[in-house]
Design a protein around this ligand. Structure first.
Ligand code: CS2
Length: 490
C-alpha cells in the first residue's frame, strides 16, 4: 500500500510554482479539463511574474474532487501521454475549495470579495441555461425559474454569478472578470448575455446595471487540450511514477492552446508566460476549434460508437471514419470560417490527425459522444444552414446527427451496442418523451429535430431532416459503414 500524495509524502518540484496563500481567482467546475488547462497556465504565469493568482476550486455538486484536493494539501498530478512518451507533473495552485450546491451563500460571498479578480468557469454547455431554439436564457425553464423565485440560494451557475455580482456591487468589491473556458461559440458574449438576461429578470439595487456594464467584463476565449476521464490505469501509472497515490490525477495530451481576448477588468495572470495567446481574433479561433476539432470529434465518436471502436484513436484509425472526417473538414467546415490571420488550416488539420491518433492517451469514444444534445448545437446548425442556403446538402453534418440519434435515441428495435450505451445523454428522458408513438424512422427523426434541440431553421428544413432520417434508416438496416459510404458518395 503506497502512501497518499500530500505535502508530507511528496518533496519533489511542482509545475510552475506553488500559489501564494491568498487566491485571486475562483473557478467554477473543478473537472479534469480545468486542472489540466487554466490551472497549468496560471502556475506557469505565477512562476514567471508572481501575483496572488491562486485558485478557489468550486465543484458544482460532487464533493469527490474537492475533498481529495483539500485532503492532498491541494496537490494533484497531470499525466501527459503521447506517442513521444509520458511525463508526470505535480500541481499546487489551488488554495480553497467550495461545493456550490452545499455552500451557495459562501460561494456568492467569495465571488463578491475584493480579493477575487477573475472568475473562470468550465460549467459545460448545460451550465449556461440557454434555450436551444431561441438562443436566449431559458427563463421559463425549470432551473432558471426556480432560481429567480429563490434568489438567496440559486442552483444554476448563472444565478449564482448574478447573485454574487449584486453582492459585489453592494459591498464595493470592485471590478471583476468572468472568463468562460467552455466550448461555446462566442463564449464570453454568451456568458455575458445569459448573466445579463438573468439580472434583467431579477430585482437589482439602484445603480447596479450601470456598475455592471462598466465594471464586469466577459472576454471571449478559445480553450483546447484533449483531457480524458481519469481511469484506474491513470492512477496506477501515476503511483508507479511518483511512488505515492494520487486520488485525482488527470491524464492529458501534450498539446495545449488558449486564445484569449485581453479584456480584464481587474488585472490578470501573465498567462502568455504559459503559452496563452492574447488576440483580437478570438471568435475566429473559437470557430476554428469548435468546428474543426470538436465537430469532427463528435462525428468520430458516433461513427466509432456504432462500429465498436471504444477509443477515439481506434475509431479514427478506420478508413471510412477518416474519409468522412476529411470531407467534413474540407467541404463542410473550412469554407464556413473566416480564418484568423496567418492561420494555416492544413497544418492545423495535420496536427488534429495526430492528436486523434493518440493511442497512449486512449480518449474514450463514450466521453466525446456524451452530452450530444448540447454539444451538437455548437457544432452543426450554422455550418449546415450555410450549405443548405447555398442549395447543397451537408452530408457529413447530417451523418453526425444521424449517428447521435442512432447512439443515444435509437428508433425502437435498434440496439446501438455497449459503447453507445456508455454515452451520457442528459436529454435521454426528453428524447424518449418526444419520440413516443413515432411509428416510422422518418417520424422519429422529425420529432427529435423539432424537439427543442436545434434552432427552427434547421429543425424544419425538410431536406435536411429527410437526409438525417435516410441515414438513420441505413445505419439500422445495413450498418454505419454503409451509411458513411452513402454520405460520401452523394
Ligand atoms: C470534445 C472535447 O467533449 C468533446 O466533445 O470534443 O472535450 C475536446 O476534447 C476538447 O474540447 C479539446 O480541447
Amino acid at each position: 500500500m503506497t502512501q497518499a500524495l500530500s505535502k508530507a509524502t511528496y518533496d519533489g518540484a511542482v509545475l510552475g510554482v506553488s500559489a501564494p496563500p491568498t487566491p485571486g481567482m475562483l473557478h467554477l467546475g473543478i473537472g479534469n479539463f480545468h486542472r489540466a488547462h487554466a490551472a497549468v497556465y496560471t502556475a506557469k504565469a505565477m512562476a514567471a511574474q508572481g501575483g496572488d493568482w491562486g485558485i478557489v476550486a468550486v465543484a458544482n455538486r460532487s464533493r469527490r474532487v474537492v475533498d481529495s484536493l483539500a485532503g492532498q494539501g491541494f496537490l494533484y498530478s497531470i499525466l501527459e501521454l503521447s506517442s513521444a512518451g509520458e511525463r508526470v507533473d505535480v500541481m499546487d495552485v489551488h488554495r480553497e475549495t467550495l461545493v456550490a450546491s452545499e455552500q451557495t451563500a459562501e460561494l456568492m460571498a467569495r465571488i463578491a470579495s475584493p480579493e477575487i479578480k477573475i472568475v473562470t468557469m468550465t460549467i459545460s454547455e448545460n451550465g449556461y441555461c440557454r434555450n436551444a431554439v431561441t438562443g436566449d436564457l431559458d427563463v421559463d425553464g425549470d432551473l432558471v425559474s426556480a432560481d429567480l423565485a429563490n434568489p438567496a440560494a440559486p442552483r444554476t451557475s448563472i444565478g449564482q454569478l448574478a447573485g454574487a455580482l449584486i453582492r459585489r456591487y453592494q459591498g464595493d468589491g470592485g471590478p471583476l472578470t468572468i472568463l468562460s473556458c467552455d466550448n461555446l461559440v462566442s463564449a464570453g458574449h454568451t456568458a455575458q448575455k445569459m448573466v445579463t438576461q438573468y439580472l434583467q429578470a431579477t430585482a437589482t439595487p439602484d445603480g447596479f446595471h450601470d456598475w455592471f456594464e462598466a465594471s464586469v467584463t466577459f472576454p471571449n476565449a478559445m480553450v483546447d487540450r484533449i483531457v480524458p476521464g481519469t481511469t484506474d490505469a491513470t492512477r496506477a501509472r501515476v503511483r508507479e511514477l511518483l511512488g505515492v497515490t494520487d486520488a485525482i490525477p488527470v491524464p492529458a495530451e501534450r498539446f495545449s492552446m488558449w486564445v484569449i481576448e485581453d479584456k480584464f477588468a481587474a488585472g490578470r495572470p501573465a498567462w502568455e508566460e504559459g503559452g496563452a495567446i492574447f488576440s483580437d481574433e478570438v471568435e475566429a479561433y473559437e470557430l476554428v476549434k469548435l468546428r474543426l476539432l470538436n465537430g469532427s470529434h463528435s462525428l468520430i465518436a458516433y461513427l466509432g460508437g456504432l462500429s465498436g471502436a471504444d477509443t477515439i484513436p481506434a475509431s479514427f484509425g478506420q478508413d471510412f471514419v477518416r474519409e468522412c472526417v476529411t470531407e467534413l473538414l474540407n467541404v463542410e467546415y473550412l469554407p464556413s470560417i473566416d480564418l484568423p490571420s496567418g492561420f494555416d488550416p492544413q497544418a492545423y488539420i495535420a496536427q488534429l490527425f495526430d492528436r486523434w491518433s493518440n493511442h497512449a492517451l486512449g480518449d474514450a469514444t463514450a466521453r466525446v459522444g456524451s452530452d450530444g444534445s448540447l454539444k451538437l448545437l455548437q457544432r452543426v446548425p450554422d455550418p449546415a444552414l450555410r450549405l443548405l442556403n447555398l442549395g447543397e446538402m451537408p452530408q457529413q453534418l447530417a451523418l453526425m446527427v444521424a449517428g447521435w440519434i442512432a447512439c443515444v435515441a435509437p428508433p425502437e428495435g435498434f440496439d446501438p451496442g455497449p459503447i453507445a450505451a456508455a454515452m451520457i445523454e442528459p436529454a435521454k428522458e426528453k428524447l424518449a418523451a418526444v419520440t413516443t408513438g413515432a411509428g416510422s424512422v422518418r417520424a422519429h427523426v422529425e420529432k427529435i429535430m423539432r424537439g427543442g434541440f436545434f434552432p427552427e431553421a434547421l429543425a424544419t428544413h425538410d431536406e435536411f431532416v429527410g437526409r438525417v432520417a435516410e441515414l438513420v434508416e441505413i445505419i439500422i438496416t445495413h450498418g454505419v459503414r454503409d451509411a458513411a459510404r452513402t454520405a460520401l458518395d452523394a
